[in-house]
Design a protein around this ligand. Structure first.
Ligand code: CA
Ligand code: CA
Length: 69
């Protein structure tokens, strides 16, 4: 999450979070590629408002993966 507590999630912080998730590397790469798509104001970091749709996206994505592969 927001490791340096500046209220913004950088791509590096997000990548670090992903490393802790027990999901395939391929899927982590997919989420990393999606990161800029959630940066509405283009400042390269996600505010709380920008980050919550990203996490919703990730969770819905995992829920769809019924066979856990
Ligand atoms: Ca931060
Ligand atoms: Ca932003």
């Amino acid at each position: 999450m927001d490791a340096n507590k500046d209220g913004r999630l950088s791509q590096q912080e997000f990548a670090k979070d992903l490393r802790h998730l027990n999901i395939p590397d391929e899927r982590k790469a997919h989420f990393r590629r999606k990161f800029p798509a959630f940066d509405d104001d283009g400042d390269a970091v996600l505010s709380h408002e920008e980050a919550s749709p990203l996490f919703n996206f990730m969770f819905s994505f995992q829920n769809l993966d019924v066979n856990k592969e």
